[in-house]
Every structure is written in structure tokens, then in C-alpha cells.
Design a protein around this ligand. Structure first.
Ligand SMILES: [Zn+2]
Ligand SMILES: [Zn+2]
Length: 392
């Protein structure tokens, strides 16, 4: 009964995946440092430069890559490191580079990008009890199998290129219908959205493929090999964690809609509420001094800040919706030993295996659990036995 906690940070597979992310992070850092320090660079219309959005995307993106490298372990650390990079980048532009000057708004735009990414990290942090955490860990391990190899990276890269080729012209076309279009800014936002969305879709496909493949053929979570014999890997000798390769059933369509409806409303509600507040302040600016001050602050900012604030609002609303959805599906996964996730069959009398293992939930408390199988549909579930305070 080995307490295998946070497998995902150990072993050859985890190290390879982290190394790939480190290479990508350092490359991105170099590209951004060169871009922000190149003398006399001007992009787009000089009266309406898209540089605030560039700062938002660049420093948000760097924070996201930094998190994947594993160099930073906590969200507070990520905030500090992300802000640190944005501030240092801006300050070093003041050391006498031609045509470059520091701007507080640039730092603010970069910092907002970091804030959205840290909110995303919070949204995807482990939630729920042991069954939910086990399920999330299974996915994390599958992602590492993907990121540890060159082939999937090339697939991700080509889908990102495809996304850019589709979304960039679409975004510029939509923008051209508005008064005062800014094709460069619209193209940039479209390209980033296209690259991110299409590589996320590709990643989902690759992870799902890995999840399916490892149900029948579990792989060693340490070295990635599939030469498993009994309870350990013949290649590296590491113990195989059977609980990680559970055949989790998929929730039905109706149940998925039920899980997703409230988080979706939450996200839309946040956007509407903030928009209503800012419009109210705008309407009150002639009657109240405080409203005029706030409105002035919001309206008087540098060009491009409006788009950055809008993106921040949408980003925060999305992360709240994701967090809420993950909490709800975690509750569903944790109650799966009572009612089957796939067919809702009553499992309270279905026995779980006698082999128990020790697991930690999202709060870090250890529980003893065992695996069972639904008699109706064959989907597997995890049942919790006594919680012990030993791991707290
Ligand atoms: Zn191995
Ligand atoms: Zn079932």
C-alpha cells in the first residue's frame, strides 16, 4: 500500500515534459526581450499603437509558460515572478535605448495579463476529494506523456499555425465592420486566440487518445515504458499505480449540460455585472464628483487599455466559470461510488476491490480508497474508506 502522492512531478516522463516547457519558456523570453528592447520599433498606427495588448499577451503568455516549467511552485510565486519580469523588462528600456521609454501603462497591461494567467492556474488547481483528485492526476499524467515527446509538440505547433491562418483574417474582417478599425490589433488578438484555441483542441484530442490507450495498456508513470509486469515496471522497477489507470466513465450529455449550465451563467453574469457598474458610473459622472473621477480614470488611460481591461474581465469571468465547473464535476466524481457517473446505477451495494491504497485529496488529507466496477455499464469508480489524519 504505497502512498504515491503527486506522481506527476517525478520520473523521467515528468522531467522530459518540464524540460520541453523550459526550452519554450526561455525561447519566448528571448523573443520578447529582443522585441521590447529593439531601438526605434514602431508597430501600426502611431496614434493608436497596439502595444498595450502586446504587453498583456506577452507577459501573460510568459507567466503561463513559466508555470509549466515547474520552476515556480505556488501562485503567489507566479504573481511575483510574472510582475518581476514585466517591471524589469520595462525598467531596462530606460537605460538609453533610442526610441524607447518606460511607461507605467505598459507595466499595468503586462501585470493584468499575469493576473489572468494566475487566475487560470487557480481555476485548474486540484479540487474535490480523492476520487476527483485521482481523476485529475490521471489527466495530468496523460498530459505529461504528451508533452514528453517531440511528435505531439509538432502536432500542437501545426494546429497553432492553422488556427492563426484561420482566425487572424476572420478577426480583421470583423474589426473592419466597426468604426475606427485597427487591423493590426485585431489581427494580433485573432492570431493569439486562434493559436491558443486550436492547440487546446489538438491537446484535448492527444490527451483523450492517451487516456483511452492507457486504460488497456497502462504505462509506467515514471519512465513512460509499457513493459509492465505485475505490480512494477520491468524497465525502471518503479511500482505501477493501478489506481491511476482507472476506466473512468464519461458523463452523459444531459448530465454534462446540467454540470455546465450554472458555471456558464456565472461567467456571463460577471461580465454583465461589471459592464453595468461601469456604465452606471459613466451615467452618473455629470451628477457626482466621485463618479466623474472614476470615469476620468477609466476614459483617460492610454490607447489600447480599454481592450486590455475588456480582455481581463472576460479572462477572469472564464476562469471563475471553469473553477465552478471543475468543482461541480469533482463533486460528481466523488459521489460516483454511490451512483455510477455513466448510467446512474445504484452502486452503494457494489463491492470495491480488497486492495486499498492511500490517496490525498485537494486539501492534502490522506484517505484510504479502493476501486470498484459498475455491474451495469462496466465503468470503474473509486470508493473512499476511513479518512486518516496522518497525511494532513
Ligand atoms: Zn518504468
Ligand atoms: Zn454504470
Amino acid at each position: 500500500m504505497a502512498a504515491s502522492l503527486d506522481l506527476s512531478r517525478r520520473g523521467l516522463v515528468a522531467r522530459r515534459a518540464a524540460r520541453a516547457w523550459k526550452i519554450v519558456f526561455v525561447a519566448a523570453l528571448c523573443v520578447i526581450a529582443i522585441g521590447t528592447h529593439w531601438p526605434n520599433i514602431h508597430v501600426g498606427d502611431p496614434t493608436r499603437p497596439p502595444d498595450k495588448i502586446i504587453h498583456f499577451i506577452a507577459f501573460g503568455g510568459l507567466a503561463a509558460l513559466l508555470w509549466q516549467t515547474g520552476w515556480v511552485k505556488s501562485r503567489v510565486g507566479l504573481v511575483l515572478a510574472g510582475l518581476g519580469i514585466a517591471v524589469v523588462d520595462e525598467l531596462t528600456q530606460a537605460i538609453g535605448i533610442q526610441g524607447r521609454q518606460t511607461s507605467v501603462e505598459d507595466v499595468v497591461a503586462g501585470a493584468l495579463g499575469v493576473v489572468v494567467v494566475v487566475a487560470g492556474v487557480w481555476a485548474f488547481a486540484p479540487v474535490g476529494g480523492i476520487a476527483a483528485c485521482l481523476r485529475q492526476e490521471r489527466r495530468r499524467v496523460a498530459e505529461q506523456f504528451v508533452f514528453a515527446r517531440l511528435g505531439p509538440w509538432l502536432s500542437l505547433l501545426s494546429s497553432a499555425v492553422f488556427g492563426i491562418a484561420v482566425m487572424m483574417p476572420v478577426s480583421m474582417l470583423i474589426d473592419s465592420r466597426f468604426p475606427r478599425p485597427n487591423p493590426l490589433q485585431a489581427g494580433l488578438v485573432g492570431a493569439v486566440l486562434g493559436a491558443v484555441l486550436s492547440s487546446l483542441i489538438m491537446l484535448e484530442a492527444l490527451v483523450r487518445h492517451t487516456l483511452r490507450a492507457t486504460v488497456d495498456k497502462p504505462r509506467c508513470t515514471s519512465c513512460g515504458g509499457n513493459a509492465l509486469e505485475g505490480a512494477s515496471c520491468t524497465h525502471c522497477g518503479e511500482a505501477v499505480d493501478r489506481a491511476l489507470f482507472i476506466d473512468w466513465p464519461e458523463v452523459g450529455d444531459m448530465q454534462f449540460l446540467r454540470l455546465v449550465a450554472r458555471p456558464l451563467l456565472l461567467g456571463v453574469g460577471i461580465v454583465i455585472a461589471v459592464a453595468a457598474v461601469s456604465m452606471t458610473i459613466g451615467a452618473l459622472r455629470l451628477s457626482y464628483v466621485w463618479a466623474a473621477r472614476i470615469d476620468e480614470l477609466l476614459q483617460g488611460r492610454a490607447y489600447g487599455m480599454t481592450s486590455v481591461l475588456d480582455l481581463t474581465l472576460v479572462g477572469i469571468a472564464c476562469t471563475c466559470a471553469i473553477r465552478s465547473f471543475r468543482k461541480r464535476s469533482a463533486r460528481r466524481a466523488d459521489s460516483a461510488s454511490e451512483h455510477c457517473i455513466a448510467c446512474a446505477h445504484d452502486l452503494s451495494r457494489t463491492p470495491a476491490s480488497t486492495a486499498q491504497s492511500l490517496r490525498r485529496d485537494a486539501a492534502g488529507v490522506s484517505h484510504s480508497c479502493a476501486i470498484g466496477r459498475c455491474g451495469e455499464c462496466g465503468g470503474e469508480f473509486v470508493r473512499e474508506f476511513s479518512a486518516s489524519a496522518s497525511g494532513a
